[in-house]
Write a protein that binds this ligand. Structure first.
Ligand code: PLP
Length: 405
């Protein structure tokens, strides 16, 4: 793959940073940069075809209604869902998880029930469940993570029971970058008929996902981590579950008939999409999926694997640098600490060199507590990163270390 050609599609890399450096963007696990095609889809909508959707019989409304339906089909194909009815647009992964918590799980819960999550979860896949536990007297069971960053699958097997009303898990830790074996987990959960929600926020920019193969009941993601815009995402849900659930929100756009006495609702997926959607966002998501599809999956895999391995070996050569978790089943996400230097100081120094990394707890405080580190530095790669970015990172880290010693 011609990475220079791919990178040239991202206009942000054409400018210098405020410190006069080339931008080296290594915070892709937080959010990825946007290719011109995604930016164009959004500006085209606002500047040439602006309207609402689904309600007008005039031309831009028709154009946009058709386009939104096309994006729903693209998402369906992207996830290999069975039907467009299984695709609901949301404001992002966090929004999706909260909606499932409220509309699917809350009405079923009673004291003594259990919700199972894991120690690697982002706060987005922890706090909504914690709040349900508080409200309904439900127990939160937490799957331990091993030193390697892998979940303790034996523990899951032993602790899954019919009391577990939902298993909510990320497909990949946003801190350790270790991918979880979702198929193995859904197979175990089938025995106890426990629905499984997959937080796929960290995987879709670099991994193909097949919801039928995984056999998960729900899956959420955000567009902004896969080259799309912020403020838009998707909940995938099996049709039977989407049908049985209460609407995610109440209001316009979801109803068949309304009187002051009662309202009845449209079929899925529209039943779950009250209000005017984030039309620009959905169109941008469609362009992001097209962008990903035109990259060869094999070449993307090879490039990101090579970068990750190169980064792991280069970073390990730095004295006092400790990488969190192991190297098996590794996504392009690496968290580390350096003896004697606070992660925030590291990121501030790297910023001077035009290098963007994340420092802190990465919205996964319980995981950092498990690894007994208050904060770490995280570097995460996307298709536009190169080995030269990693060389510059390592040089800047050595310079930072020299300053502090
Ligand atoms: C694993 C994981 N889940 C959920 C989220 C939340 O995504 P958003 O803030 O787009 O809703 C993130 C964001 O960092 C994440 O990494």
């Amino acid at each position: 793959m011609d990475i220079d050609q791919v990178k040239s599609q991202f206009p942000i890399f054409r400018q210098k940073t405020p410190t006069g450096k080339d931008l080296i963007y290594l915070d892709n696990a937080a959010t990825s940069q946007k290719p011109q095609s995604v930016i164009d889809a959004i500006t085209n909508y606002y500047s040439k075809e602006y309207s609402t959707v689904g309600r007008g019989a005039y031309w831009p409304a028709n154009v946009n209604t058709v386009k939104i339906n096309q994006v729903r089909s693209k998402v369906k194909n992207f996830l290999n869902a069975q039907s467009e009815k299984e695709i609901v647009f949301t404001a992002g992964a966090t929004d999706g998880i909260n909606k499932i918590a409220r509309s699917f799980l809350a009405p079923k819960l009673k004291s003594g029930d259990v919700i199972m999550i894991s120690q690697v979860e982002h706060h987005a896949n922890l706090i909504p469940w914690q709040e349900l536990c508080k409200a309904y007297g439900t127990e939160l069971l937490v799957i331990p993570v091993l030193e390697s960053g892998h979940l303790d699958y034996e523990w899951i097997k032993q602790n899954l029971s019919e009391r577990v009303k939902l298993l909510a898990l990320s497909a990949c830790s946003n801190v350790l970058g270790i991918k979880n074996d979702i198929k193995r987990i859904t197979t175990m959960a089938e025995v106890t008929q426990t629905p499984v929600l997959v937080d796929a926020a960290q995987v879709l920019s670099h991994n193909r996902v097949d919801v039928q193969e995984w056999n998960c009941d729900f899956l959420v993601f955000s567009a902004h981590k896969m080259f799309g815009p912020t403020g838009v995402g998707v909940v995938y849900g099996k049709q039977s579950l989407f049908n049985e659930m209460k609407p995610f929100n109440y209001g316009g756009g979801i109803v068949k008939e309304v009187t002051f006495e009662a309202s009845n609702y449209q079929d899925i997926p529209h039943k779950h999409e009250a209000g005017t959607p984030n039309i620009a966002g959905v169109l941008g998501l469609g362009a992001a999926i097209e962008f990903i599809k035109q990259l060869s999956q094999n070449e993307t895999d090879t490039h990101l694997e090579e970068l990750t391995n190169y980064a792991l070996s280069s970073l390990k050569a730095i004295n006092g640098l400790k990488i969190m978790g192991g190297e098996q089943d590794k996504a392009p996400v690496i968290s580390f600490t350096i003896d004697g230097i606070h992660p925030h100081d590291i990121s501030t120094f790297l910023n001077e060199e035009g290098i963007c990394v994340r420092a802190g707890h990465h919205c996964a405080q319980p995981l950092l507590q498990r690894f007994e580190v208050p904060a770490s530095v995280r570097v995460s790669f996307a298709i536009y990163n190169t080995k030269s970015d990693i060389d510059k990172l390592v040089m800047a880290l050595l310079k930072t270390q020299a300053f502090f010693s």
